[in-house]
Design a protein around this ligand. Structure first.
Ligand SMILES: [Zn+2]
Length: 96
């Protein structure tokens, strides 16, 4: 008798999220895109340029991102903005 068994054969590879590192200092996030080190906290940073063209026959888009840790955001990026043209951030706060 020929006995058969079912085995899982992985036939493809797939890009899946592994880790997030800071493009400035190389720090590694602990929770996916959340830079927090505590479970009850959420610290996300976003520096992104979205460019898109739409025509009747199709279109294209490009998304350019820098991933930066909160420390470099405050000590590098914010300082750069403030020292060039005295730029100020938009801060939106909420409490619940
Ligand atoms: Zn950093």
């Amino acid at each position: 008798m020929k006995h058969m068994k079912t085995v899982l054969i992985l036939e493809h590879t797939e890009e899946v999220f592994d880790k997030l590192t800071c493009d400035v200092c190389g720090a590694e996030s602990k929770w996916d895109q959340n830079w927090s080190t505590a479970e009850h906290e959420k610290i996300n940073t976003t520096i992104q340029l979205d460019e898109e063209e739409s025509f009747a026959h199709g279109g294209s888009s490009a998304q350019t991102q820098y991933h930066i840790c909160p420390h470099c955001f405050k000590t590098e990026l914010a300082k750069w903005f403030e020292s060039h043209r005295q730029a100020k951030p938009t801060i939106t706060k909420s409490v619940w």
